[in-house]
Design a protein around this ligand. Structure first.
Ligand SMILES: CC(C)N1CCN(Cc2ccc(Cn3ccc4ccc(-c5n[nH]c(N)c5C#N)cc43)cc2)CC1
Length: 238
C-alpha cells in the first residue's frame, strides 16, 4: 500500500510515521509513505500557497495551482490511485471506510489543506472528501495520519499478529474489554480474580460481559446486530 501526502507541513507526517506499527510496516516494506510539500509546486519566488477569499470573509484560502501541479506530477506515472481530500465537510471516516480503502486501493493520495480551507475547484480532481469527525482541526494532516494508521493496521502482516486487526473493536460491533498486566496489586488496586484463574472459558465470558457493559455505557449506538448469546448477556446487564 502506498500513501502520497500533499501538505505544507511535511514534518508533521514524517515525524509520526517513523514510530510504532507504522514504523514497523514501513521497515517491512508493507507500506510506503511519500510526503510532498505543496510549496514545491508553486510558481512564485515566495512559494505562496494562499490568498484572500473571493466574496470576502475571514481568513485565507489555499490556491488551486499548487494542488493541481502536485496532482498532475503524481498522475504522470499513470498508476491508479485514490485521491482523498481531508475536509470538515467530508463524509465521516469510519472503520468500515478504512476497510474499504485497504481492500480497494493500492495507492492513496491524501490531500491536506490548511488556513480556512482550499479552493473548491480542487475537488474536481479528487475521488473522495473525508472528515475524521465532528470537531474542528487546524488542517488535514492529523486526519491524514488517522487514515494512514487505521488503514495500515488492517493490512495483513502489518501488526505481526493477525488476530489483532480482526479483534480491533469497532470491527466486532462493540468496544474493547478492560486490559490488565503486572503487578497483580498496585497500591491495593487488584487485577480481577477471574483473569488469574487460568479458566479461559470464564475469562472469555468475563471479557465479553465487560465489553458489552462498556459499550452500553459509552457507545450504545454500536449495539446492533448482536448474536442471541450477546443479546442474552446484554439483557443480564440491564
Ligand atoms: C469563515 C467561517 C464562516 N468558516 C466557518 C467554517 N470553518 C470551517 C473550517 C475550520 C477549520 C479549517 C481548517 N482546515 C483547513 C484544511 C482542513 C482539513 C480538514 C479539517 C478538519 N477539521 N475537522 C475535521 N474532522 C477535519 C478533517 N478531516 C480542517 C481543515 C477549515 C475550515 C471555516 C471558516
Amino acid at each position: 500500500m502506498k500513501f502520497e501526502v500533499l501538505t505544507i507541513f511535511p514534518e508533521i507526517i514524517e515525524c509520526y510515521i517513523k514510530h510504532g506499527v507504522l514504523g514497523k510496516a514501513l521497515n517491512k516494506g508493507i507500506v510506503e509513505v511519500k510526503v510532498y510539500n505543496l510549496r514545491d509546486f508553486t510558481s512564485d519566488k515566495h512559494k505562496k500557497v494562499d490568498d484572500y477569499p473571493y466574496g470576502g470573509g475571514a481568513g485565507m484560502v489555499m490556491q488551486i495551482e499548487p494542488f493541481y501541479n502536485a496532482i498532475m506530477h503524481l498522475k504522470a506515472d499513470e498508476k491508479p490511485r485514490k485521491l482523498v481530500l481531508l475536509s470538515p465537510q467530508g463524509r465521516k471516516f469510519t472503520q468500515k471506510l478504512a476497510q474499504k480503502f485497504m481492500e480497494e486501493s493500492k495507492a492513496m493520495v491524501l490531500i491536506c489543506g490548511r488556513y480556512e480551507g482550499i479552493d473548491e475547484r480542487v475537488k474536481a480532481f479528487v475521488d473522495e472528501e473525508v472528515s475524521i469527525g465532528d470537531y474542528v482541526l487546524s488542517g488535514g494532516e492529523l486526519a491524514a495520519l488517522v487514515i494512514i494508521d487505521s488503514v495500515v493496521r488492517l493490512i495483513p502482516g502489518a501488526l505481526g499478529d493477525e488476530l489483532s486487526a480482526v479483534e480491533d473493536s469497532f470491527m466486532k460491533g462493540f468496544l474493547d474489554y478492560p486490559h490488565y498486566t503486572r503487578p497483580e496489586d498496585f497500591k491495593g488496586m487488584k487485577v480481577p480474580e477471574v483473569l488469574l484463574s487460568g479458566d479461559h472459558k470464564k475469562i472469555a465470558l468475563w471479557r465479553k460481559r465487560q465489553a458489552l457493559k462498556n459499550t452500553l455505557k459509552n457507545r450504545p449506538d454500536l449495539l446492533k446486530n448482536l448474536s442471541p448469546e450477546d443479546m442474552r448477556i446484554l439483557k443480564e446487564l440491564c
